[in-house]
Each structure stands twice: as structure tokens, then as C-alpha cells.
Design a protein around this ligand. Structure first.
Ligand code: XMP
Length: 329
């Protein structure tokens, strides 16, 4: 048996053997399951020679920064620096409409912040950080480099799509990837042993470029981000209240950059439309759109239009992947 308690103890031994007493280790936390479990494990092994950074890129969900920082600090006692770089990201993204350009800018800004975080540690401790923790999973490994034969393998190249596009070059960081032999369900099990809250371990995946891929076109248009956060929060909360969150691979709202006519109260309105998307999937490679009950949809739609200023129309995305992708960009 591949017991998670044994895996944890073995990994801790390996990490302690690898990281010298003078070495410092850095980790970028995304707020997702994988980086959180990886960091928690490394923290258990080497304590506060681990230095985590969480970057608020201005493209996060409603109260995301507060929520994940609370988990990191109160539940997991991780040493985390929170960098609020939203102004910087959003000013770089202003007027940019091409999806790939948006991703590139976000990746580049992230590296710049990560780089300066690493340099600040170098100044503080008089030497460069030696290691970088990444929450790479086994499926990421096989996707990049199929293993010869049946056994699990160690060799791989870093997957490009889901990674933030490279690392600070002059840092020459060595990688610690404590989850690279594990599947997602095993990571969740390991997380449980490490006392990561179960609700956190069950969170839906969230893309690195955040809400930028859920606002077609310029992310800084009007109050798109603010509207999207409110709508998304109502939708997700309704899904949780209905007890169906765990059946769904990913659910989210999309801001539609189009204004349509509505009538609210006895007023005509000319406001934005939003779309709701929810899919089931095994791995995100293919996906099916999720069948909600009509009553659920009716309630959510009413609630959104009644409580989010600037929205007078709610649409449901009923496409699977393929032909669509999960995200809108
Ligand atoms: P798509 O939209 O390609 O998404 O069907 C498949 C899965 O990948 C996530 N996704 C991303 N994750 N950076 C990420 O870290 C990205 O640029 C990115 N694009 C899509 C998406 O949320 C879904 O889980």
C-alpha cells in the first residue's frame, strides 16, 4: 500500500537531508491545493527557513486574499509574505485585449515580483535562496514526459501552460517537488494528514491569470472586475448551499462585455450581461457542462439581478469541452 502517512514521513526525511542548515527555500503560493500542501509539507520539514509569497494580482475572486491568508496563517502557520501588486498588474493590463498578450503580461509581472521577493530574502540573510518549492503533481509529470514502463518516474520538464512561464534566471534555484509522485486525490489525503482544512482541499481549480480569462477583452473596462466578483460569489455560494459543490469540477461567472436593455422596478436599464459556467471533468482536458435544476438557476439569476448593480441579464453557458474550452479565454 501507498500510505500517505508513510509518504509524508519519507518526504520529510528527504527534504531534511537535501536542504542544508544554511539554506533558504522559497515558494509561491497560489491559493490552490497543490502549492498549499507542498508548502505545508516543506514547512513541517524545515520550519521557517521556508519563505512563502502570495501575490494579489488584482485578478482574484471576492475576498480571496483575506480568505487564503487566513488559512495560511491561522490554520497552517505558514510564513507568508502577501504582496498586493494589483495596481501594478492592472496598469500593465490596461487596454490589452488579446488573450495571449494578457497571459504574457500577467506571467511577466509575476516573475518580476517573485524575483524581487527572492532578492529581498538574499539581502536579509546574506545569501541567495537555494531551493524553490513547486506543487507539481504526477499527472503534470506524465503530461510533459510519459514515463518509460509502468513505474512512476522522476524525470520531467516543467509544463508550460499552467506554469507561470519560467523562473528568475539568475537565481538558479533547485527544485523541491514533494508531490511529484502523487495524484490529486492522494494530495488531498496528504493535506488532510497535514491538517489543511478539508473545505480548502476541495476547492475548485482556479487559473493563474485569474479573472482576466473571465473578462473577454480589457480587464480594466468599467467595473467589470468588481461586478464579476460579486456575481461569482453569489453563484458559488448558491452552489455550496445546494450541496453540489463537490460534484462540480469548476464553476464560475464570466463578465460579458456587452450591454443590453432591461427593466428593473419601473426603470429601463442598459446594463451588462453575465454568463454562468459550471462543468464536470476528470482532469480538465475534456469537460461536460453541468445540469442544474431549473429552480436553482431561477433563484441564482434573480439574486444576481437583484443584488449586483450593473447587471440585468444572466446567461448559462451550455457548451462542453470540446468544442469550447472551460475558461472563456
Ligand atoms: P481550458 O480553459 O484550457 O482550461 O479548458 C483547462 C483548465 O486549466 C485552467 N487554465 C489555466 N490555469 N493558467 C492556469 O494556471 C492558465 O493560463 C490557464 N488557462 C486555463 C482552467 O481553469 C481549467 O481548470
Amino acid at each position: 500500500g501507498w500510505k500517505m502517512q508513510d509518504v509524508m514521513e519519507e518526504e520529510i526525511k528527504v527534504i531534511r537531508g537535501m536542504v542544508g542548515p544554511q539554506d533558504h527555500v522559497i515558494c509561491a503560493l497560489s491559493g490552490g491545493v497543490d502549492s498549499t500542501v507542498a508548502a505545508t509539507l516543506v514547512h513541517k520539514a524545515i520550519g521557517d527557513r521556508l519563505h512563502c509569497v502570495f501575490v494579489d494580482n488584482g485578478l482574484l475572486r471576492y475576498k480571496e486574499q483575506e480568505r487564503v491568508m487566513e488559512t495560511f496563517e491561522k490554520d497552517l502557520h505558514l510564513p507568508v509574505t502577501c504582496v498586493d501588486a494589483s495596481v501594478q498588474f492592472l496598469s500593465e493590463l490596461k487596454g490589452v485585449t488579446d488573450p495571449e498578450k494578457k497571459r504574457k503580461i500577467i506571467g511577466k509581472e509575476f516573475i518580476a515580483i517573485f524575483d524581487s521577493f527572492a532578492h529581498s530574502l538574499q539581502q536579509k540573510y546574506g545569501r541567495k535562496p537555494t531551493y524553490l518549492v513547486q506543487g507539481t503533481l504526477y499527472p503534470d509529470v506524465i503530461e510533459s514526459c510519459p514515463p518509460p514502463g509502468s513505474g512512476r518516474t522522476h524525470s520531467h520538464t516543467i509544463k508550460s501552460h499552467h506554469n507561470v512561464g519560467g523562473l528568475p534566471k539568475d537565481m538558479k534555484l533547485k527544485l523541491i517537488e514533494p508531490l511529484k509522485l502523487l495524484f490529486k486525490d492522494e494530495v488531498r489525503e496528504l493535506g488532510k494528514i497535514l491538517d489543511v482544512p478539508v473545505t480548502f482541499l476541495k476547492r475548485h481549480p482556479f487559473p493563474g491569470p485569474g479573472l482576466a480569462v473571465r473578462i473577454p477583452g480589457d480587464v480594466t473596462q468599467g467595473n467589470a472586475l468588481d461586478i464579476l466578483r460579486q456575481v461569482d460569489e453569489i453563484f458559488i455560494q448558491a452552489i455550496k448551499d445546494a450541496g453540489i459543490y463537490d460534484e462540480i469540477w469548476q464553476a464560475f461567472a464570466v463578465f460579458l462585455p456587452v450591454k443590453t436593455t432591461g427593466v428593473q422596478g419601473d426603470q429601463r436599464t442598459h446594463s451588462n450581461a453575465v454568463a454562468l459556467r459550471a462543468v464536470t471533468s476528470q482532469d480538465g482536458m475534456t469537460a461536460d457542462w453541468y445540469y442544474f435544476e431549473h429552480k436553482f438557476l431561477d433563484n441564482v439569476s434573480r439574486k444576481i439581478c437583484n443584488s449586483v448593480r450593473g447587471v440585468n441579464r444572466v446567461c448559462l453557458d451550455i457548451t462542453s469541452k470540446p468544442p469550447s474550452t472551460i475558461e472563456w479565454e
